[in-house]
Design a binder for this molecule. Structure first.
Ligand SMILES: Nc1ncnc2c1ncn2[C@@H]1O[C@H](COP(=O)(O)OP(=O)(O)O)[C@@H](O)[C@H]1O
Ligand SMILES: [Mg+2]
Length: 429
C-alpha cells in the first residue's frame, strides 16, 4: 500500500513538473515574439510603403484606399540637401479621380485624366507642385550666405570639378565650392544666373555668396599658401556655393531626348509614370525654361549638339545636373549662363529654341513671374535690384551690358509667347 502511494505521488510530481515546463516554454515563446515585434523592423511597415512609393505609378497612388495612403508630408526622410524635410506639402485626396466604384461596390481602375496633373491647359497643378520639396528656400539661402561670409576658410581641396574650383572647408565644418573664374565673366554668369533663378522662384540652385579673396583678410588668411599655389590673384571676386552631400548624376528623361516626343499636356506623355518620375519631370520643365532664358548651353543643349558624333550621349548623365537622394534636382555650374551664353548665342540658339519648343508644361509660379516680367518689361532691372541688395561686391563684379540686358528681356518675351502658344494649342483639349 505504501509502495502504491509513493508511486502515485511520484507520478503526480512528474506531471506537475511537465505542466510547469510546458507553461514556461509557451510563455517564453510568446515573450520572444513580443520582443521581436518591438525590436525588429516589420516588413510591411511605413518605411517600406514610402520606399515603394517612387516605384508606384500615379494611377496606383490614386487607387490606394485613403486609410492606407502614406502621408508624404509626415515622412521622416531626411534630405541631404540641407536636412530639411523632403516634401513641402502633404498630398491629401478629397476624391479619387482614378477610381470608379461600380454598382457592385468593387473598385476598378479607369485611365488617369489630365486634370489629375494639369490645370488651365499647360500648368502642373497644385498636387504636382506638392510633390516637390521647397528646394533651397530663400530663408535657407539667406542664412547660408550670412554664415558663408562670416566664416573662416580653413582648407582648400579638390572636389568641385576643375582645378580652378576648390572645395572650401569653413571653420564650423561646413563646405562650399569656390569658383575662381579664369575670366570675370564666369563668376558673373554663375552669380547672375543664381539670382535670376531666385527671381523666378526656381529653388534648385545651391545658395551662392560672393567673396573677395585676399591673403590678408580674416576669411582667407589660413589658406593663403594654397591661394598662392593656385595663383589666385589678390582681390579676385570668387563665388561660394553651398556644397551638398550625396548627389548623383541624372540621365535626361526619354521625352526630352532628341528622339523623344517632348513634354506636353497629353495623356500619352504623362500616363503610366511613377510619382518619382513625375516629380522629376516637373523640375525638368523649370530647367528647360531656365536654361533657355540664360542661354546656358552647358547642360542639355551641349548634349544635343554632341549627338552628331556621339549617338549615345543622352544615355549618360547630363552635364551640370545632379540629384539628391530625395529626388530634388540640383542645377550646378551655371557659369555659362547669361554672359558667355549670350555672347555665343549665334552658335547655340537653334538648339535652345528646339528644346524650349519641345515643352508645353510649366510650373505656375515660374510662368507667373515670366508673365509679370514680360508685362512690366523689367527683367534686367529686377535682376539688378536683387543682385545689388544681396551682394555688396556687385559694384566690383559688374552687371550685364545694355545689350545683354536687352537679350534677357527678349528671352523673357519669347518664353511668354511660347506659353501663350502652348495655351492656345492645349487649352481646348
Ligand atoms: N554644390 C555642390 N555640391 C556638391 N558637389 C558639387 C557641387 N558643385 C559641384 N560639385 C561636384 O563637382 C563636380 C563638378 O562640378 P562643376 O561645378 O560642374 O565643375 P566644372 O567647372 O569642372 O565643370 C560635380 O559633378 C559634382 O560632383
Ligand atoms: Mg561643370
Amino acid at each position: 500500500m505504501r509502495i502504491l502511494l509513493a508511486n502515485s505521488l511520484a507520478v503526480i510530481f512528474l506531471c506537475a513538473c511537465a505542466s510547469v515546463f510546458y507553461v514556461w516554454t509557451g510563455l517564453e515563446r510568446a515573450l520572444g515574439r513580443y520582443k521581436r515585434g518591438l525590436g525588429e523592423p516589420r516588413s510591411n511597415g511605413f518605411r517600406d510603403q514610402l520606399g515603394d512609393l517612387s516605384r508606384k505609378t500615379f494611377r496606383a497612388l490614386l487607387a490606394m484606399p485613403g486609410a492606407q495612403r502614406p502621408h508624404l508630408g509626415d515622412s521622416d526622410n531626411t534630405n541631404n540637401f540641407t536636412g530639411r524635410g523632403y516634401f513641402a506639402g502633404t498630398l491629401t485626396y478629397g476624391k479619387q479621380p482614378g477610381l470608379n466604384v461600380s454598382n457592385s461596390g468593387a473598385m476598378k481602375e479607369v485611365p488617369i485624366r489630365l486634370s489629375d496633373l494639369v490645370e488651365d491647359g499647360v500648368f502642373w497643378n497644385d498636387r504636382m507642385d506638392a510633390l516637390l520639396s521647397a528646394g533651397f528656400s530663400e530663408a535657407h539661402a539667406q542664412t547660408w550666405r550670412q554664415r558663408a561670409r562670416a566664416s573662416r576658410v580653413v582648407s582648400l581641396e579638390p572636389g568641385c570639378g576643375r582645378t580652378s574650383n576648390r572645395l572650401a572647408r569653413f571653420s564650423d565644418g561646413t563646405k562650399a565650392c569656390v569658383r575662381y573664374g579664369i575670366n570675370a565673366d564666369q563668376v558673373l554668369g554663375e552669380t547672375l544666373s543664381y539670382y535670376l533663378a531666385s527671381l523666378l522662384g526656381i529653388a534648385n540652385l545651391p545658395p551662392l555668396a560672393l567673396s573677395q579673396v585676399s591673403p590678408s583678410s580674416e576669411q582667407w588668411a589660413t589658406v593663403k599658401e594654397d591661394m598662392a599655389d593656385l595663383q589666385w590673384s589678390d582681390k579676385a571676386v570668387v563665388s561660394l556655393t553651398e556644397w551638398v552631400a550625396n548627389l548623383t548624376g541624372v540621365v535626361t528623361p526619354a521625352p526630352l531626348r532628341q528622339e523623344g516626343r517632348g513634354l506636353n499636356p497629353l495623356r500619352a506623355d504623362l500616363d503610366n509614370r511613377t510619382l518619382g518620375e513625375l516629380q522629376e519631370l516637373v523640375q525638368w520643365t523649370d530647367l528647360i525654361v531656365f536654361d533657355y532664358l540664360t542661354a546656358n548651353f552647358d547642360r542639355l543643349v551641349s548634349n544635343l549638339f554632341s549627338l552628331q558624333w556621339d549617338s549615345r550621349v543622352m544615355e549618360r548623365d547630363t552635364n551640370n545636373l545632379l540629384k539628391s537622394p530625395a529626388g530634388d534636382l540640383v542645377f550646378v555650374d551655371n557659369e555659362a549662363g547669361l554672359v558667355h551664353g549670350y555672347r555665343v548665342l549665334h552658335m547655340w540658339e537653334q538648339y535652345h529654341k528646339t528644346l524650349l519648343s519641345s515643352v508645353c508644361l510649366f510650373r505656375k509660379r515660374t510662368a507667373s513671374r515670366i508673365i509679370e516680367m514680360h508685362q512690366k518689361r523689367d527683367a534686367p532691372s529686377r535682376l539688378l535690384g536683387l543682385y545689388q541688395d544681396s551682394e555688396s561686391l556687385a559694384p566690383v563684379l559688374g552687371f550685364l551690358s545694355d545689350e545683354q540686358a536687352g537679350v534677357l528681356q527678349e528671352r523673357i518675351d519669347y518664353i511668354y509667347k511660347h506659353i501663350l502658344n502652348c495655351k492656345r494649342t492645349y487649352s481646348q483639349l
